[in-house]
Ligand binder design. Structure first.
Ligand SMILES: [Zn+2]
Length: 480
């Protein structure tokens, strides 16, 4: 059987159905942990295509998985799908001027409407492949909520959902095509609840103990701490509750949320403990109390080195999405829609990537028609964080990037939403489905590479995945 042909034909056969689902996910645009309609739709479609679905997995209502087994034994392949949206990024599909479907509403500014259904299409095709080839094996589609929020995959990994998988593949909408060579930062996030004593701020301030003062002193302490941490590390914070709006009342409560990032989860754990000490110091200085509540944590993502070359080969065999002139014009209009300062930076990036002579013609037709070949030397630390990191720390995992929009368009923008919902997103989604299914077919044929990939994971996790969150930290649904 010609595997490339099989992957291509089968994805094309279900393309219309899949793109309708993409459109519906795009319209739902649900926030993290609240993806009820999206999860219900994807679960229903999985059942229609012959998968047995388990809902409410890992203690999260919108987390689910669908599995299909052909015969006994064989390898188990997993695909990860995401489907949550971002607040405030509503934008009409294909529209190149700012025009939200609904003002201030959530939108798919990270393209998860494409991600979720592209991975599902790959699972459907792999099921058909096992049957057609008479191969024993199992296919599992993991519905993973809240990637943009506090995550789900670390909880899924902690509850052992990925344990039976030999390898797991996923993709992400992007401006370029190639195996994802980013080393994402590990992250930990916590709410710090300060409690003090209220009093009339004018008449009897000496009777009060300000929780807001404590929260501010915590900021001061963390500012001093910044000089004494590794330069790659980051500390961000936000006031969740400033203790009310009355300056003439001593604030008896305040809540601040802190997030700490660093290249490796062990570094983050250490930094987090230091932040807790700063908070305790601030409480001591103000005679208030503080309760830290650790709520989220992701392990760093690193591509699996043993499997990345196989995925890269599958991507090259399928090839980049086939763009036409109207696609280029659309992508160009999105590129031009950015503010002048952003375009300045983008032009420099184009020059760096395509040279003095080539960058302008690429700017005219800004869609990636190539596959960047995988090279471990290209792995770079990226500032962002993702819960896919925890999957890769539990089982061999590779993320691939497929263009769903103009080169240089960054995620979490209305431009990304508009493109994800457009013909560009559609082409990228179908291409990704073909690449993912072919990559899985090729990997199943290579037990040696899979064994090597597992050894690589074992070296990283010491033999067993450890969740960066203790067992008593439950998914922070509606609290983070
Ligand atoms: Zn994303």
């Amino acid at each position: 059987m010609d595997k490339k042909q099989f992957a291509t034909e089968r994805v094309d056969r279900i393309a219309r159905d899949m793109l309708t689902i993409r459109d519906r996910l795009f319209a739902f645009a649900e926030l993290p942990y609240r993806e009820f309609k999206s999860a219900e739709l994807l679960s229903r479609v999985l059942r229609q295509y012959g998968f047995a679905v388990t809902e409410g997995a890992a203690g999260i209502p919108t987390c689910f998985y669908g599995e299909f087994s052909n015969g006994e034994g064989g390898m188990t392949v997993g695909f990860l799908g995401e489907y949550d949206a971002l607040d405030g990024l509503s934008q009409k599909a294909g529209c190149t001027v700012r025009d939200p479907v609904k003002p201030n509403a959530p939108g798919h500014g990270c393209g998860h409407c494409c991600l979720g259904v592209g991975a599902l299409a790959a699972a459907v095709v792999m099921r058909e492949y096992l049957i057609a080839a008479g191969l024993p094996g199992r296919v599992i589609y993991f519905g993973c909520p809240a990637e943009e929020g506090a995550g789900a995959k670390q909880f899924m990994a902690r509850s052992g959902l990925f344990d039976g998988c030999d390898f797991i593949y996923t993709w992400h909408p992007a401006g370029r095509n190639g195996v994802d060579v980013s080393h994402s930062n590990a992250i930990m996030g916590a709410n710090f609840y300060f409690r003090g004593r209220t009093a009339h701020a004018g008449a009897t301030p000496y009777l009060g103990r300000s929780a807001l003062d404590a929260a501010e002193l915590m900021s001061v302490g963390c500012n001093y701490m910044r000089e004494h941490m590794i330069p790659e590390a980051r500390i961000h914070y936000a006031y969740i509750d400033a203790g009310g709006t009355a300056p003439n009342v001593v604030q008896d409560r305040a809540t601040v949320r802190y997030e700490v990032r660093a290249p490796y989860v062990e570094q983050v754990k250490e930094l987090y403990q230091r932040v807790v000490k700063v908070a305790q110091g601030a409480a001591m200085m103000t005679e208030t109390s503080v309760t830290p509540e650790l709520a989220m944590a992701f392990t760093e993502y690193l591509p699996n080195l043993a499997l990345s070359p196989i995925v890269s080969r599958a991507m090259e065999e399928i090839g980049a999405p086939a763009w036409d002139e109207s696609d280029y014009a659309l992508a160009r209009a999105y590129l031009e829609s950015f503010p002048e300062e952003t375009k300045e930076v983008l032009r420099e990036e184009f020059m760096e990537a395509y040279g003095e002579d080539g960058w302008q013609s690429r700017w005219e037709r800004p869609l990636d028609g190539e596959i960047r070949p995988f090279s471990p030397a290209d792995i770079r630390l990226e500032a962002g964080s993702t819960d896919v990191g925890d999957v890769g720390c539990a089982v061999p995992c590779v993320n691939l990037l497929v263009a769903t929009g103009a080169i240089g368009t960054t995620a979490h923008t209305w431009q990304f939403t508009g493109q994800a919902g457009s013909v560009l997103g559609a082409k990228g989604t179908l291409t990704a489905a073909k690449m993912l299914s072919l990559a899985a077919m090729l990997t199943m044929e290579d037990p040696e590479a899979v064994a090597q990939a597992k050894a690589e994971v074992k070296e990283r996790n010491g033999g067993k995945y450890t969740c960066p969150l203790p067992d008593d930290v439950l998914p922070p649904i509606d609290t983070y």
